[in-house]
Design a protein around this ligand. Structure first.
Ligand code: CAP
Ligand code: MG
Length: 411
């Protein structure tokens, strides 16, 4: 991560970027190549232009390259995050001078942050909507199978999760408005299921409807769903674009939290030598106004990832960043009750845990799987292992029997 204290003189008027680069040339030459390509230069130096104050500065080149882009190079009002990405993460990845390059970290100055409204809800707002104490992690499921259920079957899944004490459920990232499950019908059925849970138990739950798609249709669909009772929306931000997320988040008619999925991120985040870190996407999601973001499972679970990088992503969501609210860190992907305690020991409790197969696959079904997730959270809050807690809690015991329990450091 950037050590900002080294660059104090740049913190008002520059966007700082850190790149991990490999080159057949000396790294200072590689650094200049990136600075030139991404600001006022071209490959042939004989083209004159307004260099000087618009040219990106090389602040360091080893161990990582640190560039300072003049804030004037960015157009955060009209160009927004799209232009910012072209500026700091565009052509550079293809430069011949580089054998590999990974965009690791970015600092956005206060004058730039002011251009963004940011999340409407964030961690505190989500807990308020659900009537949940901030000290308790939110716990959700992803309706499984990913696609194929009709609206009524989807609603039944959500109802069973709510009866097991889940605070959240969501569409999977590939479900939007397919013929087998029209989103408006799904919204009617699921909203009724959430109302039933609340009427029968007093427990509040929200379901995130995935509206990822054509930008010109997303806002209208979001408004229709809210009209129909939707309590949360979802956007797959990397395929939809940060501009679509910002459009929804900054529109006053979208009065519900937005859950942000990161499908396709691993095409850019997975290779430690080349691509873009998840920390960058976390910063951009916060600027764009996402209320909750999939960050990873901190080295636990099915998705490739590292606890260190995930912590850096969580910091991007939780550190002070001007007026911007803090989006909630979502831990999902192969999650099940046996992973909850060790994961929460890493993340702390300001997270949303999410399990699809880890709820639906419980031997006694969705409600029992939901109870098992909650019991694992209770174990963490009580400072005991899941195995200990399972002695008095059958649903957790059955989950541990099926999937095992991971104790700290075993993964
Ligand atoms: C999890 C999930 C999420 C992953 C995405 C899936 O299902 O619904 O999309 O969490 O990864 O489709 O895999 P399971 P990440 O709980 O059944 O694994 O959260 O890391 O972006
Ligand atoms: Mg999914």
């Amino acid at each position: 991560m950037l050590q900002l204290e080294r660059y104090e003189e740049y913190l008002d008027d520059y966007i700082l970027c850190e790149y991990r680069a490999k080159s057949t040339f000396p790294l200072d030459k590689a650094a200049r190549a990136i600075a030139t390509e991404q600001s006022t230069g071209t490959w042939t130096q004989d083209i004159k232009g307004k260099r000087g104050d618009l040219t990106a500065k090389v602040l360091a080149h080893e161990p990582n390259i640190i560039l300072a882009f003049p804030l004037e190079d960015a157009d955060l009002h009209m160009g927004g995050i799209a232009q910012l990405l072209s500026l700091v993460a565009g052509n550079l990845f293809g430069l011949e001078e580089l054998t590999s390059v990974r965009f690791q970290d970015m600092y956005v100055p206060p004058a730039a942050i002011k251009e963004f409204k940011g999340p409407k809800f964030g961690v505190e707002g989500l807990h308020e909507c659900l009537g949940q104490p901030i000290e308790r992690p939110l716990v959700g499921t992803i309706v499984k199978p990913k696609i194929g259920l009709d609206p009524k079957a989807t609603a039944e899944y959500v109802y069973q999760g709510g009866m097991g004490g889940l605070t959240n459920s969501k569409d999977d990232e590939t479900l939007v408005d397919q013929g087998f499950c029209p989103i408006m019908d799904r919204c009617v059925e699921v909203s009724e299921a959430l109302d039933r849970v609340e009427a029968e138990t007093g427990h509040k739950m929200m379901h995130a409807f995935n509206i990822t798609g054509r930008p010109e249709k997303m806002l209208e669909l979001g408004e229709q769903l809210i009209e129909q009772g939707a309590r949360q929306l979802m956007v797959d931000v990397l395929v939809a674009g940060f501009g679509s997320l910002r459009m929804l988040a900054e529109d006053p008619s979208i009065k519900v939290p937005i859950h942000v999925h990161r499908a396709m991120h691993a095409a850019m985040t997975r290779d430690p030598k080349h691509g873009i870190s998840m920390r960058i996407f976390s910063l951009l999601t916060r600027l764009a106004g996402g209320d909750a973001l999939h960050v990873d499972t901190f080295g636990v679970g099915k998705m490739h990832g590292s606890a260190e990088e995930d912590k850096e992503s969580q910091l991007a969501l939780e550190s002070k960043m001007g007026h911007l609210k803090r989006p909630l860190t979502v831990c999902s992907g192969g999650m099940h009750p046996g992973l909850v305690v060790p994961l929460l020991k890493i993340t702390g409790s300001r997270v949303q845990l999410q399990a699809g197969g880890g709820v639906a696959g419980h031997p006694e079904g969705i409600t029992a799987g939901s109870k098992a997730m909650n019991q694992a959270i209770d174990a963490y809050l009580a400072g005991v292992t899941a195995g200990e807690y399972a002695k008095e809690h059958m649903e957790l015991a059955l989950a541990l029997e099926k999937w095992g329990e991971v104790s700290g450091g075993d993964y």
